[in-house]
Design a protein around this ligand. Structure first.
Ligand code: HEM
Length: 424
């Protein structure tokens, strides 16, 4: 059987739906066509996979066949050619082995206190009795955490400059702009793309200066931030990362780890506000058993990255369909996590389903799986729990709007359209 059919919608309406109402489009296609369907996306057609077993086959399949790096190529001007996200095959595995240890284990546990401090300092500046959007606050907090714990920057001029420049780099829509190669005209720095790239180069300057200074400072071995650990790491051949490669991995960790975690947190508050039992239990005991349950359920119902993409290097059979080389295959995290067989009431926020019960990896996969599973998953999960708990230890925000927020596309993530508005 060739590629699976598309839902009964014109290609134009599929593309528009993907931008404007992606959840409704995916649910409709799944109901109309089945667990494998084709959708016409703005980047071209993709074969969506909703069946958890098929998705696992793709995640654990031959990485030389299911290539992820190629699909991320439009991000190269920002990430740089050495970015983990752009590599495939043995190169990718070698780089992953360098990046994983600094983001795991004991080192991670030592970072909780800094996460608490950064969160508490931000909460102290929140308005009282006036509605405000939580999502931008969460982005401030997750950016602060990355600058401190991944980049290793203490408060100071370099920290402030990067914070300002990253805020300009990542506003609503800038990522979309960067993804449209036709708009990439610098025009001497006057076009949007020109300003965007000028900002990227300024960031490069700051990062390369920081790397050079740290090499000279002599305290590299004592430092515990991710950059310092990467600077002292070597691959199997004893080769350390070069400065440009370090720069590319820092940008990669920032882009992959900043908005995803902020979005997860914004949804968690938005959903929690509307579940009285879970909210009351968490308020009474912010570090108690509901913490894991609420975080897991928020990531199940609203995964920040609803799909991931692979490109087939050779003709391959996927879910019984014979697909030619070059086909985009899209394991759909969103639909697998709403699988009605695996989850009772799959479209409802029910954290109680995970009280004392660990999520099943087959149908709970917000961090993907296999050889490209999120390298920041442990870091993100610690951050998710620590920020949520610390906020609730200090204040008791409530939903500012009676109607639940709905998902809207924000660069690569689906985040709350109104920003998860709250009042303290
Ligand atoms: C709740 C927060 C997060 C979510 C939901 C998330 C989700 C994901 C997913 C689904 C993938 C797999 C992409 C694919 O299969 O193509 C991924 C990859 C990745 N993530 Fe995360 N992520 C989060 C936080 C983070 C953080 C905090 C960092 C870094 C500090 C990070 C760094 C990365 C990197 C570098 C990759 C690429 C891995 C590779 O290609 O081998 N992520 N993430």
């Amino acid at each position: 059987m060739a590629a699976p059919p598309a839902p009964a919608l014109s290609p134009g309406r599929q593309k528009a739906g993907w931008i404007l109402r992606p959840e409704a489009l995916m649910l409709r296609a799944r109901a109309e066509v089945g667990p494998a369907f084709t959708l016409e996306l703005p980047i071209g057609p993709a074969v969506f996979l909703a069946d958890p077993v098929t998705i696992r086959e793709v995640f654990t399949g031959d990485p030389e066949v299911f290539r992820a790096g190629e699909g991320n190529a439009p991000l190269e001007p920002v990430l740089g050619p050495a970015s983990l996200l752009l590599l495939d095959g043995p190169e990718h595995l070698r780089r992953r082995r360098l990046l994983l240890p600094p983001l795991h284990g004991e080192r991670l546990a030592g970072q909780r206190a800094a996460m608490e401090r950064i969160t508490a300092a931000d909460v102290a500046s929140w308005p009282r009795d006036v509605p405000f959007a939580l999502e931008p606050r969460m982005r401030q907090i997750t950016l602060g955490i990355i600058l401190r714990l991944v980049f290793g920057l203490a408060e100071g001029p370099r920290h402030d400059e990067l914070r300002g420049r990253f805020a300009q780099l990542l506003p609503r829509g800038a990522g979309n702009l960067a993804l449209v190669p036709a708009l990439r005209r610098e025009l001497g720095g006057r076009s949007p793309w020109g300003r965007f790239m000028a900002n990227v180069r300024a960031i490069d300057g700051v990062l390369l200066a920081e790397i050079a200074e740290r090499r000279g400072a002599g305290d590299l071995e004592e430092r515990t931030d991710v950059l310092s650990l990467l600077m002292t790491a070597t691959d199997e051949d004893g080769r350390p990362l070069e400065d440009r490669e370090l720069r590319d991995e820092l940008m990669t960790l920032l882009l992959a780890g900043h908005e995803t975690t902020a979005t997860a947190l914004a949804w968690t508050f938005e959903l929690l506000f509307r579940h009285e039992e879970a909210y009351a239990a968490l308020r009474a005991d912010p570090g108690g058993p509901w913490l894991d349950a609420v975080c897991s359920e928020a990531l199940r119902l609203r995964p920040p990255l609803p799909v991931v993409v692979r490109r087939l290097a050779t003709r391959t059979t996927v879910a019984g369909h014979d697909l030619p080389a070059g086909t985009r295959v899209a394991p759909c995290i969103f639909l697998a996590q709403r699988d009605p067989v695996a989850h009772r009431t799959p479209h409802a926020f029910r954290p109680e389903r995970y009280l004392g019960v660990a999520p099943q990896p087959l149908t709970w996969l917000p961090f993907g799986g296999g050889t490209r599973r999120c390298v920041g998953a442990a870091f993100a999960q610690l951050e998710h729990r620590t920020v949520l708990r610390t906020v609730l230890e200090h204040v008791a925000p409530r939903a500012a709007d009676p109607r639940p927020d709905r998902p809207a596309r924000r660069t690569i993530v689906l985040s709350p359209a109104r920003g998860a508005r709250a009042v303290v």
